[in-house]
Design a protein around this ligand. Structure first.
Ligand code: SAM
Length: 607
């Protein structure tokens, strides 16, 4: 163990862990320093926040200790910031000395290690452990954290204060102050005087203890305080109204949080609406700036990639991460894509701009435009994805239902539930009092064709989109018709889809033949961002009380980005229902919260 060179970081001129024994150091500094596992004994839920994920060694040590000592039903949230995420190979190599001890939990972690995309990444590590990786500067991201139950233990890692003074800032300590729960503790490898004073200034009782190895001293600290825990009711049963992507993904997320959902679907099958398409592309919604809303899609993209990879391993959901080439076919796109590429903070493995030749080369067809290329993007079958999400979940079909308030909960189809989630698309306005929700439908027809001659390798996006399906087939779409709300097949729509792809790939002319098609109605909102969260009570907003309908939630209006948006929405609803730390920034949660529309009406004096 002592022979290997410890992992070194050039930028900070510092090492990731002790040259003597990193794992022993972790256990001494962060576990013993926070009195773990003793401190989580008897607690249903425990939250650790770490600065500087690095290789995840501290996480893995915590996992080992938790799995060895936790009782059934105890859960651990481990949240960690990392501004410069390492790649998987570097992590695996960096931790090689301890494979005997942590090799198995390490591989479990790497199997779900997020794409290196800036922002929040919620990983369901096991039935009892959630890992939230935040790929950002801790000082910028800390204010975005929402942890209703408060933090129990802090692992202040990060390179030495002398080498990384920017991290050990005012913002870090005020974040610790804000987020700490009723009993919280801090452990850090450093003994720097200013760190000690900053921790004491936020009311922690500081102790200097023996450091690891050659380090003489380190700091631990404790604080007890009155804490207004946000009321988290014990939700056990949840009715989900609608069995499309929004409903099934929400059920899937709830199930992973240990909550039993029941899905009620009006149609005779799941995914009878817009989610029933045979193939669909998943792509984030592009904005020039990195903003709360775009972060929602970035987290969703990385999460969908992980979850679809897991699902595809056990059943066919048509998941094909073949990459998507977003053609720069207008001056507006040229501006937006290049700004996005600069601002979003995605690793070039996941997003880059390619010139015409490269684009043509990668896509395998002659193209006439440069492109924004997302190698991890691709296609999936929404219909099969819905089936996969709903595995092992009770589904009631042919149930056209509207939840009714009953006691403290909701009655659906004669059964009582603690909470209900409206995931029925445009149907959400059918409930009394919810007519104000600004949803509308946009018809879309997709066309499946055979393609004679050479095929292509990646999805192409140009306003419309096309994706190879294998076996000489491809799908193209989609029409976008706000004025039409039927789902009859329109031959002119197929024509339209084909003309659009041929306009950007002229070599497809005369080699496409329509073999199938499907029309559906997507549901969008006024501002094109989805509706996710608790449902505000309009009447109470009118009177200035600003209350929600208790136990009533919504995930709808996912528009053209339903595959990504619905899954993230499912996790956000699961977070809220279980009092878990939010799996996205609280600013992102606010920007998809339905209450934003009432706030806007109020500003215009129209409420
Ligand atoms: N806990 C790690 C492990 O188990 O491998 C070791 C952490 S290493 C000493 C410090 C980490 O902090 C590095 O990965 C570095 O990139 C990260 N870091 C440094 N400054 C940061 C900042 N301002 N925000 C977020 N992460 C930062």
């Amino acid at each position: 163990n002592t022979m290997r060179e410890p992992l070194y970081n050039q930028r900070f001129d510092d090492i990731y862990f002790s040259p003597e024994d990193g794992l022993a150091e972790t256990r001494h500094v962060f576990l013993d320093g926070n009195d773990l596992p003793q401190a989580w004994r008897g607690k249903d839920h425990f939250t650790i926040v770490e600065t500087g994920f690095g290789t995840g060694l501290n996480f893995l040590a915590a996992v080992k200790a938790f799995e060895a000592t936790a009782t059934d039903g105890q859960t651990l949230d481990f949240i960690s910031f990392e501004k410069y995420p390492l790649d998987k190979d570097t992590i695996r190599e960096g931790l090689q000395s301890w494979h005997d001890d942590i090799g198995e939990p390490l591989e479990r972690m790497l199997a779900q290690y997020p794409l290196r995309v800036a922002g929040f990444h919620r990983i369901i590590y096991s039935a009892q452990i959630r890992l939230t990786l935040i790929f950002d500067d801790v000082n910028e991201a800390m204010p975005r954290l929402s942890i209703p139950r408060g933090v129990d233990a802090w692992f202040l890692d990060g390179f030495a204060p002398s080498k990384n003074p920017d991290m050990w800032s005012e913002a870090l300590f005020s974040g610790i102050d804000r987020l700490s729960g009723p009993h919280s503790s801090i452990a850090t490898f450093t003994a720097a005087g200013f760190v000690k004073r900053a921790i004491a200034d936020i009311g922690f009782e500081v102790t200097k203890v023996r450091g690891f190895g050659r380090k003489r001293e380190m700091i631990t600290a404790r604080r007890e305080q009155a804490f207004d825990a946000v009321k988290v009711s014990q939700v056990k049963s949840v009715a989900i109204i609608g069995g499309g992507l929004a409903g099934t993904s929400c059920a899937y997320a709830l199930k992973q949080y240990g909550i039993e959902p029941v899905i009620f679907e009006a149609g005779a099958t799941l995914a009878s609406g817009a989610s029933g398409n045979m193939a669909g592309l998943y792509n984030p919604r592009f904005t020039a700036q990195r903003q709360s809303e775009s972060d929602y899609y970035a987290s969703a993209f990385a999460m969908a990639y992980r979850q679809m990879t897991l699902l595809q391993a056990s059943q066919d959901i048509g998941f094909a991460p073949i990459g998507a080439m977003h053609l720069v076919n207008s001056p507006e796109k040229e501006k937006r894509y290049s700004a996005l590429w600069e601002n979003w903070g995605w690793h070039e493995d996941h997003l880059r701009i390619v010139n015409v030749d490269e684009a043509s080369d990668i896509a395998g067809v002659p193209l006439e435009y440069s492109a924004l290329f997302l190698p991890d993007s691709g296609a999936v079958s929404p219909a099969k994805l819905c089936e996969a999400y709903a595995q092992n979940i009770e589904v009631v079909l042919n149930a056209s239902v509207i939840p009714e308030r009953h006691g403290d909960g909701w009655r659906v189809h004669g059964r009582d539930f603690d909470a209900a989630v409206l995931t029925c698309g445009a149907g959400v306005v059918n409930m009394d009092g919810l007519e104000w929700l600004p949803v509308h439908t946009v018809r879309g027809q997709i066309t499946k064709c055979t393609l004679t001659g050479a095929g292509f390798n990646t999805a192409l996006c140009y306003g419309g989109y096309a994706a190879p399906l294998g076996d000489g087939e491809m799908i193209c779409g989609s029409t976008f018709q706000k004025w039409r709300d039927d789902t009859d097949i329109a031959p002119e729509d197929d024509q339209d889809n084909i003309e659009k792809i041929c306009a950007v790939v002229p070599s497809f002319k005369d080699s496409l033949e329509v073999v199938d098609h499907r029309a559906g109605l997507r549901v969008a909102t006024q501002d094109h961002w989805p509706l996710i969260g608790s449902v505000p009570d309009y009447a109470s907003w009118q009177s200035g009380d600003d209350k929600d309908h208790e136990g009533l939630y919504i995930s709808a209006g996912h528009g053209s980005h339903g595959i990504l948006s619905s899954l993230m929405g499912g996790f956000v609803i699961a977070d809220i229902l279980s009092g878990a730390p939010l799996s996205i920034g609280k600013d992102s949660a606010a920007s998809v919260n339905p209450a934003r529309f009432l706030e806007r009406l109020r500003k215009k004096n129209q409420l």
